[in-house]
Ligand binder design. Structure first.
Ligand code: ARG
Length: 469
């Protein structure tokens, strides 16, 4: 069949029948989503393949018709993959483009493709397939960053740095402990993406425009053929539910917030004031004016892009909040924020993975920052606690010594030695490295618990990878 015989007249949209006039340029410019929903092309074709197979299985299409539509879908797939698919000005979105082309190729059989289906259940199906695939892809990239952090943690040995609260030096912690903290946060992100996968894993195909169909369609068939674990229970919910998009956007936002916090630490650590890390050439940038500069742009953009992803989430929630059941065209606004958020996370993850793998730690600089005697203050108090002093009293005694050491000429070690409740035997607590070695409680920052934590983190990554195969 030539284009001229197509049931869709040239220059007309698929829904031309009820309309006297063709669409205005302004309408098309405002409503067409093709520029971005093309990304759903392969999912759209997969959905159509399943739908046509179902139509054949329930006798709505003959097997010849099924075969000719499937062959047309193959052609469309290779045209799209080869970049030779010719879009028409009236192709509103990827769904209409594919259907139009299938109908051009397969004629009357092609014109049966949309039997018992609406773009409302179709687009929801496509987007769910996309989210399922991308959720796992994002989680795999999260795992790669976790692996980079873990491997740096393993090779960090006994290196330690000040741990901070309120960005004030608090207690020394092993560098590996600090790096592993990010591994656990990212583990929760991976889990959230897997739960997003589960939310998307319900087939809406067969809900029709909103109310199902009078035809004997079989939504369980298409759900199974597309690899969904189950089908919708309520057709209205099926076409209006975008919870899985909101959940993906939240998973992306919290992930990006975590990446932003990691980025912020790298920015601080790379500053001359901290000097805890040196930036690798391949992962830093120069200044166009200041020849001496080496800037942590990856870390800064990881931080900056969190604002943008958060905007994707809040913008989309605002779009959803006023919508009555069922499908409303507003829902077309789900795709751009979703694609943007996922693209941003994926790019950030790979840039940070490269940066973390190549960054140089300055162990000596971290050590000298951590080794101020005052960072052992808690250990002095805990030493008193072990000798029976109530903690609150111990806190006051040590606090007063620290104040005197800051105000007067005597060092903390001298004051400790002279203090009757502490004495000479407490002085070794102030030695460099003593405080970090004494962090022995489960999950703590010292060598003993961190050795166990490394094993646990490896187990986490192994089980995560298993779920992502
Ligand atoms: N491009 C539309 C979207 O993304 C597809 C569904 C259009 N449905 C409709 N009834 N106009 O939501």
């Amino acid at each position: 069949m030539s284009n001229a015989d197509s049931p869709i007249p040239a220059g007309q949209p698929l829904w031309h029948g009820r309309f006297g006039d063709g669409p205005s340029d302004e309408l098309l410019a405002f409503t067409v989503s093709l520029s971005y929903d093309q990304r759903l092309a392969m999912d759209d074709i997969a959905g159509s393949r399943a739908h046509v197979a179902m139509l054949g299985s329930v006798g709505l299409l003959t097997s010849d018709e099924v075969n000719s539509v499937q062959a047309a879908l193959n052609t469309v797939e290779s045209e799209l993959a080869g970049g030779v698919f010719v879009f028409a000005p009236t192709d509103e979105d990827i769904h209409t483009a594919v259907e139009r082309r299938v109908t051009e190729i397969a004629g009357d059989a092609g014109a049966k493709l949309h039997t018992g289906r609406s773009r409302n259940d179709q687009v929801a199906t496509d987007l769910r397939l996309w989210v399922k695939r991308e959720s796992k892809a994002v989680a795999r990239r999260i795992t790669a960053l976790q692996e980079a952090l873990l491997s740096r943690a393993e090779s960090a040995g006994g290196a330690y740095l000040p741990g901070y609260t309120h960005l004030q030096r608090a207690q020394p912690v092993l560098l590996s402990h600090h790096l592993l903290a990010h591994v656990w946060a990212l583990g929760r992100d991976a889990e959230r993406w897997l739960s997003t996968y589960a939310s998307a894993d319900v087939s809406p195909l067969g809900a029709g425009a909103l109310a199902g169909s009078s035809l004997p369609i079989d939504p369980d068939f298409t759900a199974g053929a597309l690899g969904f674990s189950r089908r919708f229970e309520n057709s209205l919910d099926a076409v209006s539910d975008r919870d899985f998009v909101a959940e993906a956007l939240f998973a992306a936002t919290l992930l990006q917030v975590h990446l932003s916090r990691l980025g912020e630490e790298i920015v601080l650590w790379a500053s001359e004031e901290f000097g805890f890390v040196r930036l690798p050439d391949a992962y830093s940038t120069g200044s166009s004016m200041l020849p001496q500069k080496k800037n942590p742009d990856i870390a800064e953009l990881a931080r900056g892009k969190a604002g943008r992803v958060l905007g994707d989430l809040t913008g989309f929630l605002a779009t959803l909040k006023g919508l009555p059941l069922a499908y409303n065209r507003d829902l077309q606004e789900d795709k751009e924020p979703l694609f943007d958020a996922v693209d941003t996370c994926v790019l950030t993850l790979s840039a940070l993975t490269g940066l973390i793998s190549a960054i140089e730690f300055d162990d000596a600089r971290m050590k000298s920052a951590a080794d101020s005697p005052a960072s052992s203050a808690t250990d002095l108090a805990e030493y008193l606690v072990e000798k029976g002093t109530p903690f609150r009293d111990a806190h006051a005694i040590v606090g007063a010594l620290v104040r005197r050491s800051l105000e007067g000429d005597e060092s903390l070690a001298e004051l400790v030695a002279a203090e009757p409740t502490l004495g000479e035997s407490a002085v070794p607590l102030l030695a460099p490295g003593a405080a970090v070695a004494r962090r022995t409680s489960p999950g703590g920052a010292g060598p003993k618990p961190v050795a166990l934590q490394l094993i646990a983190a490896k187990e986490l990554l192994a089980s995560q990878s298993l779920l992502l195969r």
